[in-house]
Design a protein around this ligand. Sequence first.
Ligand code: MG
Length: 387
Amino acid sequence: MTTAALIVAAGRGQRLGGAQAKQYLELGGRALLAHSAATFAGHAAVGPVRVVIAPGDEEPYRTAVAGLDLLEPVSGGTSRQESVRLGLESLADLDPDRVLIHDAARPFVAATLIDRVLTALDRGPGAIAALPLADTLKRQAPSGDIAGTLERAGLWRAQTPQGFAYPEILAAHRAAAKSVGPDFTDDAAVAEAAGLAVALVAGDDENLKITTAADLERARRLLDSRLGDVRVGSGFDVHRFGPGDHVMLCGLALPFERGLVGHSDADVALHALTDAVLSALAEDDIGSHFPPAEARWQDEDSATFVRFALARLAARGGRLAHVDLTIICEQPKIASQRQALRARLVEILDIEPGRIAVKGTTSEGLGFTGRGEGIAVQATATVRLPG
Ligand code: MG
């Protein structure tokens, strides 16, 4: 039994996104489209996944889905109905038994909802996610006042995914393409017109469709509320002074009468920060991922290590909430460089300046930092993970 998924991302969504189609807008660190594409691609019961895109969107599409295991996209048509039909036609070679059709504008489709639709498909040729109507329905008169109250019993709001036996829905779409009259706004309507039985399956309130800026805001809040696993990691590093004319700190070369000795470019601040992020994830430390004995890390830009740790964080669906660095040395003086160091961290970490703290301190002439033998940095990183 093969189940294919078709994700419809060919609309231009004029209410949102402006020049950029809404399916490529950023949501939680990835394109809106990538959320549902990843869910279908990662679902054990779903085989090939194809996205229907608007002609000309190849480039934003490739960026959006980088790293996901998807079929080559196909170009859609001038209406949603036509786009779905073209997508279904493109699956003919694969000849799947079933197909799940999903709107890219619904990023929060849950694996359990896909399961419910698939279970219902075992019993018939069609099944869609939908929610019974809870609000009372009013019809508006031309005056703006209420003209009447509608009976809401038995009324449901259709969502996606909508699943069908593949040959049946392909035939239904081909027939609909030949019929006159307005386009169908969902695939269940196409199936109904062809006389197919379509079951209603309990949908999901969080499976919202993003149409307006307010929807996008709600989606961001929802995503935010899912990052409840807050963790703080700490890192500490020391590098000794040696010959040189600058020290690397937070990715900046600060002119100084000596240099720092050590792994890569010896950026003691970025090393401590890398360890702080890895520690928050409980994923070992900088030395285990980038062994100092390996020659290839010699002179490496330490931003590489930070970005690696951030990629691990992103791969787990997490977000960096805050970093705090304490640079401990007598010289060079940190106070005058703080804003520059912070600005460089904004670039490397890609978070707002308000989430980055950098401060310097001395050890009052005591110990190795007090004797001017090197620089120590203490870092903390606060991350938020799903859960
Ligand atoms: Mg180090």
